[in-house]
Every structure is written in C-alpha cells, then in structure tokens.
Ligand binder design. Structure first.
Ligand code: NQM
Length: 368
C-alpha cells in the first residue's frame, strides 16, 4: 500500500491483446480473500460496465498481474495471474494468461525487481498459476524499458517493441484425458493442454462455419448450450473437476484457414468469444494440431504428421482479428510415455499506459 489501505500503487499495462492492472505483491493484502475484495473494487466489479473502476467491461480487459521477487533459483520473479469477473463478484487464479505475461518482464524492470541489461533484458518468470516457467526478452536500451518498436501483433493498432516469450517444456500432460480424441455430448473433440487447457472442436460439428463474428456466435443461444454441455463434461475428463463458473477449459472451434495459416479459430473463454485468441490458448491449439489423430487433422493445413517429431514448426493460428504465430514442436515421450512439447515460443508486445495510485471503490458502497 502507498498511503493507506485504500490507495494502492498500480501500473496499467497492455499485455499482448489484453489489458490489466499490475501490482507488486507487497502492495496488496497478503490474505487472498482481502486481496480479491480489494481487486473487485479496483476493477469496478461486479458491474457489466465496470463504470466505477479500471476494468474495461470485458474479460480481456479485467485482468490483474501480481508480481514479486522469486525465491526459486530458476526464476527472477513470480507472476500470479488473476481474472477478475466483470459481472460477478469473483476473482480466480484457476487460469494463466500469456498476454498479461507479456507485460510482466517490463513491469519487473520498472519496479526494480530485475536490473535492466544494456541492450535487452531477459526475465525468468515463474507462473504461479501453473507452476511453469517462461523467459521474456525485450529491449532495454540504456537500462530502461523501451516500449516502442516495429513489431505488429494482430488485434493491436500500430507497432511496438517485441517481447519474445519462450516456454520450456512444461510438466502438465499434453493430453489430459489420455486420449487424442474423446466423444463428448455426441461431438468428437481433442482435449489438449500446452499451457492452457483447451477443447478443440470442429466448428462444423456444432453447425457453425467458424468464420462468424464473435458477437454473432455469442448471441447464438443453442450454440452456447452445446458448448456449455461439452465444457462441463470435458472439465471432468480433463481432471479439472466441476468447471461450472470457472474460466478453464477454453473451447476453440476449428475451421479451415482462409489466409495462409494453419487453421481458423473462434475461441470461447469460456462464455465470451475471444476477439483474437489467448497466447497459451493458441499454444495449445498449435500443439493439438501437431498431434496425429486429433480432430484438427482434416481441417488444418499443416505438413502431414505421420508421427511426432522434435522439429520446431511455426504454426499460424488464424482468429477473428488476424493471426498469432506459435513456434512449437511435439516430440515423443520417453519409452511409452505420452508426447511432450520441448519448447514453445511467441512474440507479443506490451505497453505501459499509466503508473500511479489507484483508489478502489469504498468497501461500504460495493453492490451485493
Ligand atoms: O491463453 C484470454 C488472453 C487470454 C488468455 C483467455 C491468454 C492465454 O487473451 O495465454 O492470454 O483465454 O481468457 O489474454
């Protein structure tokens, strides 16, 4: 806290195609319930317009990063991602976010947790939501973060400095159900987790094309009911338990690519349809496409894989506002073990929007 319990030091940043409030862990209450109550009031939730807070009235702009120095010798900082629901009084740490991750390295340098290198800086980030590691590298000429540059990412106007993010091999099973295909609620799907649990579903199996505008898909109530049914069952099969009211797994509808990429997607996160696609969500889609026998096999346009190999491929995931390139590979596990992803990499950009003090809505006036 800066000047009392109701004033909190905060940096608002765009991370990739998301926007969030970044905090040092030491500036927030240590007790999770107290912290979450404060964050609801900071973001203006619950309220569909989040009119009284920093939130942007969409899950993609109602996000929080909590960052601290790491005690882990393999990491420089710990990053906890929190999704603040827009219209429900709920804060969850059950999902990670690769877009907000893009701002975490620059934020760590801005707050003095990591010393800037002369030309560029690499920050090793322990992602507390999943326990996995990420390494983010970005320009720091003269020892300061430079946000300007020439990298373009779909879904963000203009250009900015690249933040290159590498994910070494993770420890979660790539196929959480143990199978490459499952039939769920009468629909063939592939459940995959390369950093984000995602259910891959051929769009045609749900009687949509997969090219519709996100808003039109969101208004399709029979589609929403079928997605809900699939998700609840998939959650159980993926070992996530009862996922009613949680934000994972995500659901990605697959259709043939239209612009030279590997596949076209429409991703539900899980109720709103993403205006692009999440970073780790796209990493999971890409890995799912590389696995022989998945539901993307007859839809995606990638070199035919007859067996898994360690060769790294750049997989272009098309989405409603452009594409996201994922560099990844799927390699055989040792012995009879399931396939693994040795490495995934992606380019994002980030921007510091403001740095200052946020004044949360007083607790007494919070709606019930
Ligand atoms: O999958 C949205 C986003 C995300 C998550 C979501 C993300 C990721 O676009 O890594 O970035 O799926 O809820 O920020």
């Amino acid at each position: 806290m800066t000047g009392g319990p109701e004033e909190v030091r905060c940096m608002l940043m765009r991370g990739g195609t998301s926007k969030g409030a970044y905090f040092l862990a030491e500036d927030l209450p240590a007790d999770p319930a107290e912290r979450d109550d404060l964050l609801l009031r900071v973001m203006g939730s619950p309220d569909p317009r989040q009119i009284d807070g920093l939130g942007g009235a969409h899950p993609l702009t109602s996000k929080v990063a909590v960052v601290s120095a790491s005690a882990d010798p393999e990491a420089d900082v710990d990053y906890l991602f929190l999704q603040v629901a827009v219209d429900r009084p709920e804060v969850t740490d059950r999902q990670n976010c690769g877009n907000i991750l893009a701002g975490t390295g620059p934020f760590a340098v801005e707050r003095g947790l990591v010393a800037a290198g002369a030309g560029e800086t690499s920050v090793r980030i322990r992602m507390l939501n999943t326990g996995e590691l990420a390494i983010a590298t970005f320009p720091t000429p003269g020892g300061r973060v430079d946000y300007s540059g020439t990298a373009e990412i779909s879904g963000v106007p203009g250009t900015a400095a690249p933040v290159v993010i590498e994910f070494p091999q993770g420890s979660s099973p790539l196929l959480p159900t143990g199978r490459i295909r499952d039939v769920i609620a009468g629909t063939e799907v592939t459940c995959v987790d390369n950093g984000m649990p995602v259910v891959l579903i051929p769009a045609a199996a749900l009687d949509v094309t997969g090219y519709e505008a996100p808003k039109d898909l969101e208004e399709d109530l029979s589609l929403a009911e079928r997605l809900r049914e699939i998700r609840l069952e998939a959650g159980k099969l993926m070992g996530l338990g009862d996922v009613e009211g949680t934000t994972v797994p995500k659901l990605s509808l697959l259709a043939p690519p239209t612009d030279g990429g590997a596949v076209m997607t429409r991703t539900f996160i899980p109720v709103r349809c993403h205006t692009s696609i999440g970073v780790l969500g796209a990493a999971s889609v890409a890995a799912g496409l590389l696995l022989p026998g998945g539901v993307g096999e007859d839809i995606a346009e990638i070199p035919v894989q007859t067996e898994v190999s360690a060769q790294s491929d750049r997989i272009r995931i098309e989405h409603p506002s452009g594409f996201l390139d994922i560099e990844t590979s799927v390699a055989p596990g040792s012995g009879d073990a399931a396939p693994v992803v040795p490495r995934t990499a992606v380019v994002r950009t980030a921007r510091k929007i403001f740095d200052g003090t946020v004044f949360p809505r007083p607790a007494a006036t919070a709606p019930t």
